[in-house]
Ligand binder design. Structure first.
Ligand code: GDP
Ligand code: IMO
Ligand code: MG
Length: 435
Protein backbone atom coordinates (compact mmCIF):
# COMPACT_ATOMS: atom_id res chain seq x y z
CA UNK A 1 0.00 0.00 0.00
CA UNK A 2 2.45 2.64 -1.04
CA UNK A 3 1.60 6.06 0.32
CA UNK A 4 4.41 8.58 0.01
CA UNK A 5 4.42 11.99 1.63
CA UNK A 6 6.28 14.85 -0.08
CA UNK A 7 7.20 17.52 2.44
CA UNK A 8 9.19 20.76 2.35
CA UNK A 9 12.20 20.68 4.70
CA UNK A 10 12.83 24.44 4.75
CA UNK A 11 10.65 27.60 4.59
CA UNK A 12 8.62 26.62 1.52
CA UNK A 13 9.39 26.95 -2.20
CA UNK A 14 11.86 24.06 -2.07
CA UNK A 15 10.55 22.76 -5.39
CA UNK A 16 7.74 20.52 -4.10
CA UNK A 17 5.88 21.10 -7.38
CA UNK A 18 8.77 19.77 -9.45
CA UNK A 19 9.29 16.84 -7.06
CA UNK A 20 5.60 15.88 -7.07
CA UNK A 21 5.38 16.15 -10.86
CA UNK A 22 8.56 14.10 -11.24
CA UNK A 23 7.27 11.26 -9.04
CA UNK A 24 3.61 11.44 -10.08
CA UNK A 25 4.18 9.50 -13.28
CA UNK A 26 4.32 6.33 -11.19
CA UNK A 27 1.27 6.82 -8.99
CA UNK A 28 -2.53 6.84 -9.25
CA UNK A 29 -3.49 9.72 -7.04
CA UNK A 30 -1.97 12.99 -5.74
CA UNK A 31 -3.50 14.41 -2.55
CA UNK A 32 -2.95 17.98 -1.22
CA UNK A 33 -3.32 17.80 2.57
CA UNK A 34 -3.01 21.33 4.01
CA UNK A 35 -2.53 25.02 3.28
CA UNK A 36 -4.50 26.92 0.70
CA UNK A 37 -3.82 29.32 -2.15
CA UNK A 38 -0.92 30.77 -0.15
CA UNK A 39 1.02 27.96 -1.89
CA UNK A 40 2.52 28.35 -5.35
CA UNK A 41 3.88 25.16 -6.87
CA UNK A 42 5.61 25.40 -10.23
CA UNK A 43 5.71 22.62 -12.80
CA UNK A 44 7.69 23.12 -16.01
CA UNK A 45 6.87 21.02 -19.05
CA UNK A 46 8.98 22.02 -22.04
CA UNK A 47 8.09 25.65 -22.87
CA UNK A 48 5.08 25.59 -20.61
CA UNK A 49 5.15 26.82 -17.02
CA UNK A 50 2.25 25.93 -14.70
CA UNK A 51 1.88 27.76 -11.40
CA UNK A 52 -0.49 25.80 -9.19
CA UNK A 53 -1.97 27.18 -5.98
CA UNK A 54 -4.67 24.70 -4.98
CA UNK A 55 -4.70 22.05 -7.68
CA UNK A 56 -2.34 19.14 -6.84
CA UNK A 57 0.79 19.00 -9.00
CA UNK A 58 -0.22 15.63 -10.49
CA UNK A 59 -2.93 17.29 -12.63
CA UNK A 60 -0.76 17.31 -15.76
CA UNK A 61 -0.86 13.51 -16.06
CA UNK A 62 -4.11 12.24 -17.57
CA UNK A 63 -4.06 9.07 -15.44
CA UNK A 64 -3.96 10.79 -12.04
CA UNK A 65 -6.84 11.56 -9.70
CA UNK A 66 -5.96 14.89 -8.03
CA UNK A 67 -7.50 15.30 -4.60
CA UNK A 68 -7.86 18.37 -2.38
CA UNK A 69 -8.31 16.79 1.02
CA UNK A 70 -9.99 17.89 4.26
CA UNK A 71 -6.95 19.70 5.70
CA UNK A 72 -6.85 22.30 2.93
CA UNK A 73 -8.59 25.69 3.22
CA UNK A 74 -10.17 26.33 -0.16
CA UNK A 75 -10.86 29.67 -1.77
CA UNK A 76 -13.34 28.43 -4.40
CA UNK A 77 -12.80 31.57 -6.52
CA UNK A 78 -9.09 30.70 -6.86
CA UNK A 79 -9.87 27.04 -7.47
CA UNK A 80 -12.36 27.79 -10.24
CA UNK A 81 -9.98 30.30 -11.84
CA UNK A 82 -7.18 27.74 -11.72
CA UNK A 83 -9.34 24.97 -13.20
CA UNK A 84 -10.56 27.28 -16.00
CA UNK A 85 -6.98 28.36 -16.75
CA UNK A 86 -5.75 24.77 -16.95
CA UNK A 87 -8.71 23.70 -19.12
CA UNK A 88 -7.98 26.60 -21.51
CA UNK A 89 -4.46 25.19 -21.86
CA UNK A 90 -5.81 21.79 -22.82
CA UNK A 91 -5.39 20.05 -19.46
CA UNK A 92 -8.16 17.61 -18.50
CA UNK A 93 -9.31 18.76 -15.06
CA UNK A 94 -12.42 16.58 -14.84
CA UNK A 95 -10.92 14.12 -12.33
CA UNK A 96 -10.20 16.65 -9.57
CA UNK A 97 -12.07 16.02 -6.31
CA UNK A 98 -12.45 18.26 -3.23
CA UNK A 99 -13.24 17.14 0.32
CA UNK A 100 -16.71 17.87 1.71
CA UNK A 101 -14.95 18.70 4.98
CA UNK A 102 -12.40 21.17 3.63
CA UNK A 103 -13.01 24.66 5.00
CA UNK A 104 -13.91 27.58 2.74
CA UNK A 105 -12.01 30.87 2.66
CA UNK A 106 -14.60 33.65 2.45
CA UNK A 107 -14.03 37.31 1.62
CA UNK A 108 -14.20 38.27 5.33
CA UNK A 109 -11.23 35.98 6.05
CA UNK A 110 -9.17 37.83 3.47
CA UNK A 111 -10.27 41.21 4.84
CA UNK A 112 -9.35 40.10 8.39
CA UNK A 113 -5.94 38.78 7.29
CA UNK A 114 -5.08 42.14 5.72
CA UNK A 115 -6.51 44.21 8.58
CA UNK A 116 -4.64 42.20 11.23
CA UNK A 117 -1.36 42.39 9.33
CA UNK A 118 -1.74 46.16 8.89
CA UNK A 119 -2.40 46.55 12.64
CA UNK A 120 0.72 44.52 13.51
CA UNK A 121 2.78 46.98 11.42
CA UNK A 122 6.48 46.24 11.99
CA UNK A 123 5.58 43.01 13.84
CA UNK A 124 3.58 41.68 10.86
CA UNK A 125 4.09 38.03 9.87
CA UNK A 126 4.23 38.97 6.19
CA UNK A 127 1.35 36.67 5.25
CA UNK A 128 0.21 36.13 1.70
CA UNK A 129 -3.06 38.01 2.52
CA UNK A 130 -5.08 35.03 1.28
CA UNK A 131 -7.16 34.70 4.47
CA UNK A 132 -5.39 31.50 5.53
CA UNK A 133 -5.00 32.26 9.27
CA UNK A 134 -8.57 33.56 9.80
CA UNK A 135 -10.06 30.58 7.89
CA UNK A 136 -8.15 28.07 10.03
CA UNK A 137 -9.11 30.10 13.12
CA UNK A 138 -12.80 29.77 12.21
CA UNK A 139 -12.26 26.02 11.80
CA UNK A 140 -10.80 25.83 15.32
CA UNK A 141 -13.56 28.08 16.64
CA UNK A 142 -16.11 25.69 15.06
CA UNK A 143 -17.63 28.59 13.16
CA UNK A 144 -16.16 27.70 9.76
CA UNK A 145 -18.04 27.04 6.52
CA UNK A 146 -17.16 23.73 4.88
CA UNK A 147 -17.29 22.82 1.20
CA UNK A 148 -20.40 20.68 1.77
CA UNK A 149 -22.21 23.72 3.19
CA UNK A 150 -21.99 25.34 -0.26
CA UNK A 151 -24.29 22.62 -1.63
CA UNK A 152 -27.40 23.68 0.31
CA UNK A 153 -28.38 27.36 0.29
CA UNK A 154 -30.45 27.09 3.47
CA UNK A 155 -27.62 25.48 5.42
CA UNK A 156 -25.15 28.02 4.07
CA UNK A 157 -27.41 30.95 5.00
CA UNK A 158 -28.01 29.59 8.52
CA UNK A 159 -24.30 29.09 9.17
CA UNK A 160 -23.33 32.49 7.77
CA UNK A 161 -26.10 34.11 9.83
CA UNK A 162 -24.41 32.79 12.96
CA UNK A 163 -20.86 33.90 12.21
CA UNK A 164 -21.08 36.95 9.94
CA UNK A 165 -22.45 39.51 12.46
CA UNK A 166 -19.46 38.82 14.76
CA UNK A 167 -16.92 39.06 11.97
CA UNK A 168 -18.51 42.31 10.73
CA UNK A 169 -18.32 43.83 14.22
CA UNK A 170 -14.62 42.98 14.43
CA UNK A 171 -13.95 44.31 10.93
CA UNK A 172 -15.73 47.61 11.47
CA UNK A 173 -15.21 48.32 15.19
CA UNK A 174 -11.69 46.97 15.65
CA UNK A 175 -10.21 47.77 12.26
CA UNK A 176 -12.50 50.32 10.59
CA UNK A 177 -12.65 47.96 7.59
CA UNK A 178 -15.51 47.26 5.18
CA UNK A 179 -18.18 44.78 6.24
CA UNK A 180 -20.00 42.07 4.27
CA UNK A 181 -23.65 41.57 3.40
CA UNK A 182 -25.27 38.23 4.20
CA UNK A 183 -27.29 37.68 1.02
CA UNK A 184 -24.37 38.63 -1.23
CA UNK A 185 -22.20 35.99 0.49
CA UNK A 186 -24.97 33.38 0.28
CA UNK A 187 -25.26 34.03 -3.45
CA UNK A 188 -21.49 33.87 -3.93
CA UNK A 189 -21.16 30.63 -1.95
CA UNK A 190 -24.15 28.95 -3.60
CA UNK A 191 -22.72 29.87 -7.03
CA UNK A 192 -19.42 28.21 -6.08
CA UNK A 193 -21.34 25.18 -4.83
CA UNK A 194 -23.23 24.88 -8.12
CA UNK A 195 -20.03 24.91 -10.15
CA UNK A 196 -18.14 22.50 -7.89
CA UNK A 197 -21.04 20.18 -6.91
CA UNK A 198 -19.83 17.09 -8.83
CA UNK A 199 -16.34 17.36 -7.35
CA UNK A 200 -17.28 17.69 -3.66
CA UNK A 201 -16.96 14.21 -2.15
CA UNK A 202 -15.77 12.25 0.88
CA UNK A 203 -12.05 12.26 0.05
CA UNK A 204 -11.08 10.24 3.14
CA UNK A 205 -13.19 7.40 1.77
CA UNK A 206 -11.68 7.94 -1.67
CA UNK A 207 -8.14 7.73 -0.21
CA UNK A 208 -8.94 4.67 1.92
CA UNK A 209 -10.54 2.83 -0.98
CA UNK A 210 -7.56 3.64 -3.21
CA UNK A 211 -5.17 2.27 -0.55
CA UNK A 212 -7.31 -0.85 -0.14
CA UNK A 213 -7.16 -1.45 -3.91
CA UNK A 214 -3.37 -1.26 -3.74
CA UNK A 215 -3.09 2.05 -5.60
CA UNK A 216 -0.05 4.26 -5.11
CA UNK A 217 -0.66 7.71 -3.66
CA UNK A 218 1.45 10.82 -3.22
CA UNK A 219 0.55 13.29 -0.47
CA UNK A 220 1.74 16.74 -1.54
CA UNK A 221 2.53 19.14 1.28
CA UNK A 222 2.45 22.89 0.90
CA UNK A 223 4.73 25.43 2.65
CA UNK A 224 7.54 23.81 4.66
CA UNK A 225 8.50 22.38 8.03
CA UNK A 226 9.89 25.66 9.36
CA UNK A 227 6.55 27.36 8.64
CA UNK A 228 4.66 24.67 10.60
CA UNK A 229 2.18 26.11 13.11
CA UNK A 230 3.52 23.88 15.92
CA UNK A 231 7.13 23.24 14.96
CA UNK A 232 8.15 26.39 13.05
CA UNK A 233 9.46 29.65 14.50
CA UNK A 234 6.12 30.82 15.92
CA UNK A 235 4.58 33.35 15.32
CA UNK A 236 6.36 33.62 11.94
CA UNK A 237 4.60 30.56 10.59
CA UNK A 238 1.56 29.59 8.57
CA UNK A 239 -1.63 28.35 10.25
CA UNK A 240 -1.50 24.65 9.32
CA UNK A 241 0.79 21.63 9.74
CA UNK A 242 2.91 21.14 6.61
CA UNK A 243 4.92 18.38 8.33
CA UNK A 244 4.39 14.76 7.28
CA UNK A 245 2.10 14.20 10.28
CA UNK A 246 -0.22 16.75 8.66
CA UNK A 247 -0.79 14.26 5.83
CA UNK A 248 -2.57 12.03 8.35
CA UNK A 249 -4.89 14.65 9.85
CA UNK A 250 -5.30 16.58 6.62
CA UNK A 251 -5.21 13.78 4.07
CA UNK A 252 -7.22 10.98 5.65
CA UNK A 253 -4.61 8.30 6.28
CA UNK A 254 -3.29 6.66 9.43
CA UNK A 255 0.38 6.93 10.47
CA UNK A 256 1.01 3.26 9.68
CA UNK A 257 -0.36 3.71 6.17
CA UNK A 258 2.49 6.08 5.29
CA UNK A 259 5.41 4.06 4.06
CA UNK A 260 7.72 6.71 2.69
CA UNK A 261 8.43 10.37 3.40
CA UNK A 262 10.46 12.28 0.82
CA UNK A 263 11.85 15.54 2.17
CA UNK A 264 12.36 18.29 -0.38
CA UNK A 265 15.20 20.77 0.13
CA UNK A 266 16.91 23.40 -1.99
CA UNK A 267 20.70 23.45 -2.28
CA UNK A 268 20.55 26.82 -0.48
CA UNK A 269 17.79 28.42 1.58
CA UNK A 270 15.05 30.98 0.97
CA UNK A 271 12.31 32.51 3.04
CA UNK A 272 9.42 34.83 2.14
CA UNK A 273 7.86 36.99 4.82
CA UNK A 274 9.21 37.93 8.24
CA UNK A 275 10.92 35.76 10.85
CA UNK A 276 14.38 34.55 11.83
CA UNK A 277 16.69 33.37 9.05
CA UNK A 278 20.21 33.01 10.51
CA UNK A 279 22.06 32.29 7.23
CA UNK A 280 20.43 35.13 5.28
CA UNK A 281 22.75 36.75 2.73
CA UNK A 282 22.23 40.46 2.30
CA UNK A 283 25.11 40.95 -0.12
CA UNK A 284 26.04 40.50 -3.78
CA UNK A 285 26.34 36.71 -3.39
CA UNK A 286 22.77 36.55 -2.10
CA UNK A 287 21.59 38.83 -4.90
CA UNK A 288 23.34 36.62 -7.45
CA UNK A 289 21.67 33.47 -6.13
CA UNK A 290 18.27 35.23 -6.01
CA UNK A 291 18.64 36.41 -9.62
CA UNK A 292 19.89 33.10 -11.03
CA UNK A 293 17.35 31.15 -8.98
CA UNK A 294 14.51 33.57 -9.92
CA UNK A 295 13.63 33.75 -6.26
CA UNK A 296 10.40 35.68 -6.51
CA UNK A 297 7.25 34.48 -4.72
CA UNK A 298 5.00 32.37 -6.97
CA UNK A 299 1.85 33.62 -5.22
CA UNK A 300 2.61 37.20 -4.22
CA UNK A 301 5.50 38.23 -6.48
CA UNK A 302 7.51 39.29 -3.39
CA UNK A 303 11.29 38.84 -3.56
CA UNK A 304 12.40 35.83 -1.51
CA UNK A 305 15.15 36.27 1.09
CA UNK A 306 18.15 34.08 0.22
CA UNK A 307 20.78 32.41 2.40
CA UNK A 308 23.31 29.58 2.66
CA UNK A 309 22.12 26.04 3.32
CA UNK A 310 21.51 25.63 7.03
CA UNK A 311 22.05 22.08 8.29
CA UNK A 312 20.46 22.75 11.72
CA UNK A 313 16.82 23.43 10.76
CA UNK A 314 17.02 21.00 7.85
CA UNK A 315 18.27 18.17 10.11
CA UNK A 316 15.49 19.06 12.55
CA UNK A 317 13.05 18.82 9.63
CA UNK A 318 14.39 15.38 8.66
CA UNK A 319 13.72 14.21 12.24
CA UNK A 320 10.26 15.69 12.74
CA UNK A 321 9.07 14.37 9.37
CA UNK A 322 10.86 11.03 9.69
CA UNK A 323 12.07 11.69 6.14
CA UNK A 324 13.36 8.50 4.56
CA UNK A 325 15.14 10.24 1.69
CA UNK A 326 15.68 13.69 0.22
CA UNK A 327 15.25 15.36 -3.12
CA UNK A 328 17.79 18.19 -3.36
CA UNK A 329 16.68 20.86 -5.85
CA UNK A 330 18.32 23.79 -7.64
CA UNK A 331 21.90 22.57 -7.38
CA UNK A 332 22.48 24.30 -10.75
CA UNK A 333 21.91 27.73 -9.18
CA UNK A 334 25.14 27.42 -7.14
CA UNK A 335 27.34 27.05 -10.29
CA UNK A 336 29.73 29.97 -10.71
CA UNK A 337 30.49 30.67 -7.05
CA UNK A 338 34.09 30.70 -5.78
CA UNK A 339 33.01 29.00 -2.59
CA UNK A 340 29.82 27.64 -1.05
CA UNK A 341 29.04 27.65 2.64
CA UNK A 342 26.98 25.40 4.86
CA UNK A 343 25.91 26.38 8.35
CA UNK A 344 26.82 23.62 10.84
CA UNK A 345 26.18 25.39 14.15
CA UNK A 346 25.25 28.68 15.81
CA UNK A 347 26.91 30.90 18.30
CA UNK A 348 24.13 32.11 20.63
CA UNK A 349 25.25 34.46 23.42
CA UNK A 350 28.76 32.98 23.25
CA UNK A 351 27.59 29.37 23.35
CA UNK A 352 28.01 26.87 20.51
CA UNK A 353 24.66 25.34 19.55
CA UNK A 354 24.36 22.37 17.22
CA UNK A 355 20.63 21.66 17.37
CA UNK A 356 17.87 23.89 16.01
CA UNK A 357 16.61 26.02 18.89
CA UNK A 358 12.83 26.11 19.04
CA UNK A 359 12.67 29.71 20.23
CA UNK A 360 12.37 32.49 17.65
CA UNK A 361 13.92 34.72 20.27
CA UNK A 362 17.13 32.67 20.51
CA UNK A 363 17.23 32.38 16.73
CA UNK A 364 17.17 36.12 16.31
CA UNK A 365 20.53 36.22 18.18
CA UNK A 366 22.09 33.19 16.43
CA UNK A 367 25.37 33.80 14.60
CA UNK A 368 25.97 31.04 12.04
CA UNK A 369 29.13 28.92 12.17
CA UNK A 370 30.04 27.96 8.59
CA UNK A 371 31.92 25.25 6.79
CA UNK A 372 33.36 26.57 3.55
CA UNK A 373 33.63 24.38 0.48
CA UNK A 374 35.23 25.12 -2.89
CA UNK A 375 32.67 26.13 -5.53
CA UNK A 376 32.41 25.02 -9.15
CA UNK A 377 32.23 27.05 -12.36
CA UNK A 378 30.65 24.54 -14.75
CA UNK A 379 26.98 24.38 -15.60
CA UNK A 380 25.40 21.19 -14.23
CA UNK A 381 22.15 21.36 -16.21
CA UNK A 382 23.06 18.33 -18.30
CA UNK A 383 24.22 16.09 -15.45
CA UNK A 384 22.11 12.93 -15.21
CA UNK A 385 24.22 11.04 -12.69
CA UNK A 386 26.31 12.10 -9.73
CA UNK A 387 29.38 11.14 -11.78
CA UNK A 388 28.51 13.85 -14.35
CA UNK A 389 28.88 16.57 -11.71
CA UNK A 390 32.11 18.48 -11.12
CA UNK A 391 34.01 16.97 -8.18
CA UNK A 392 33.21 20.00 -5.96
CA UNK A 393 29.47 19.76 -6.60
CA UNK A 394 29.53 16.04 -5.91
CA UNK A 395 31.36 16.64 -2.62
CA UNK A 396 28.83 19.32 -1.68
CA UNK A 397 25.94 16.86 -2.18
CA UNK A 398 27.61 14.08 -0.22
CA UNK A 399 28.51 16.50 2.60
CA UNK A 400 24.87 17.61 2.89
CA UNK A 401 23.84 13.97 2.95
CA UNK A 402 26.29 13.33 5.81
CA UNK A 403 25.05 16.34 7.77
CA UNK A 404 21.38 15.40 7.32
CA UNK A 405 21.81 11.70 8.02
CA UNK A 406 19.50 10.40 5.25
CA UNK A 407 20.23 9.60 1.61
CA UNK A 408 19.76 12.23 -1.07
CA UNK A 409 18.16 9.99 -3.69
CA UNK A 410 17.23 12.67 -6.21
CA UNK A 411 19.13 15.79 -7.25
CA UNK A 412 17.52 18.41 -9.46
CA UNK A 413 19.72 20.40 -11.85
CA UNK A 414 17.06 22.43 -13.66
CA UNK A 415 13.32 23.13 -13.54
CA UNK A 416 12.29 20.50 -16.09
CA UNK A 417 11.25 16.93 -15.36
CA UNK A 418 14.20 15.55 -17.31
CA UNK A 419 16.77 17.70 -15.47
CA UNK A 420 16.98 15.25 -12.59
CA UNK A 421 19.69 12.97 -11.27
CA UNK A 422 18.16 9.74 -10.06
CA UNK A 423 20.46 7.92 -7.67
CA UNK A 424 17.87 5.55 -6.36
CA UNK A 425 14.10 5.32 -6.56
CA UNK A 426 12.04 2.97 -4.54
CA UNK A 427 10.22 0.60 -6.90
CA UNK A 428 6.48 1.20 -6.94
CA UNK A 429 3.96 -1.35 -8.07
CA UNK A 430 2.94 -0.30 -11.57
CA UNK A 431 0.35 2.45 -11.40
CA UNK A 432 -3.16 1.36 -12.29
CA UNK A 433 -3.02 2.93 -15.76
CA UNK A 434 -0.10 0.68 -16.65
CA UNK A 435 -1.32 -2.52 -15.08
P1 GDP B 1 7.33 24.87 -4.31
O1 GDP B 1 6.44 25.88 -3.72
O2 GDP B 1 8.07 24.08 -3.29
O3 GDP B 1 6.63 23.98 -5.31
O4 GDP B 1 8.44 25.66 -5.15
P2 GDP B 1 8.15 26.90 -6.15
O5 GDP B 1 7.54 26.36 -7.40
O6 GDP B 1 7.44 28.01 -5.44
O7 GDP B 1 9.62 27.42 -6.40
C1 GDP B 1 10.61 26.63 -6.97
C2 GDP B 1 11.09 27.27 -8.28
O8 GDP B 1 12.29 26.68 -8.68
C3 GDP B 1 10.13 27.08 -9.44
O9 GDP B 1 10.20 28.19 -10.28
C4 GDP B 1 10.68 25.84 -10.15
O10 GDP B 1 10.36 25.79 -11.54
C5 GDP B 1 12.15 26.04 -9.95
N1 GDP B 1 12.97 24.82 -9.86
C6 GDP B 1 12.68 23.63 -9.25
N2 GDP B 1 13.75 22.81 -9.28
C7 GDP B 1 14.72 23.49 -9.94
C8 GDP B 1 16.08 23.20 -10.27
O11 GDP B 1 16.62 22.16 -9.95
N3 GDP B 1 16.78 24.16 -10.92
C9 GDP B 1 16.23 25.36 -11.26
N4 GDP B 1 16.99 26.24 -11.91
N5 GDP B 1 14.96 25.67 -10.97
C10 GDP B 1 14.23 24.76 -10.30
P1 IMO C 1 4.70 26.91 -1.00
O1 IMO C 1 3.70 25.78 -0.87
C1 IMO C 1 6.82 30.13 1.06
C2 IMO C 1 4.65 32.17 4.30
C3 IMO C 1 4.27 33.61 4.12
C4 IMO C 1 4.37 34.10 5.55
C5 IMO C 1 3.85 32.91 6.36
C6 IMO C 1 2.38 33.01 6.75
O2 IMO C 1 4.69 27.54 -2.35
O3 IMO C 1 6.05 26.48 -0.53
P2 IMO C 1 0.13 32.74 5.36
O4 IMO C 1 -0.39 33.48 4.16
O5 IMO C 1 0.31 31.28 5.12
O6 IMO C 1 -0.66 33.03 6.60
O7 IMO C 1 1.60 33.36 5.61
O8 IMO C 1 4.03 31.78 5.52
N1 IMO C 1 4.19 31.25 3.24
C7 IMO C 1 4.99 30.69 2.31
N2 IMO C 1 6.31 30.87 2.05
N3 IMO C 1 6.12 29.24 0.33
C8 IMO C 1 4.81 29.02 0.58
O9 IMO C 1 4.10 28.04 -0.01
C9 IMO C 1 4.17 29.81 1.58
N4 IMO C 1 2.90 29.88 2.07
C10 IMO C 1 2.94 30.75 3.08
O10 IMO C 1 5.19 34.27 3.27
O11 IMO C 1 5.72 34.28 5.91
MG1 MG D 1 6.07 27.93 -3.82
Amino acid sequence: MPATVIVGLQWGDEGKGKTTDFLAEQVDCVVRYQGGDNAGHTVVLGDEVFKLHLVPSGILYPHIVPVIANGVVVNPATLLRELDGLAERGIDVSRLRVSRNAHVILPYHIALDSAMEARLASAAVGTTHRGIGPAYADRAWRTGIRMEDLLDTNVLRAKLQRVLPDRNVILSAAYGAETFELEALVELGAGWGDRLRERIVDTTDLVQQALARGDSLLFEGAQGTLLDLDHGSYPYVTSSNPIAGGACTGGGIGPLQVDEVIGVAKAYATRVGAGPFPTELEDAIGEGIATRGREVGTTTGRPRRVGWFDALPTRFAVEINSASSIMLNKLDILSGLDEVRVCVGYDIDGERVERWPASADALARAIPVYETHPGWRESVHDARSLGDLPEEARRYVTRLEELLGVPIHLVSVGPERSQTIVRSVRPYPAARHRR
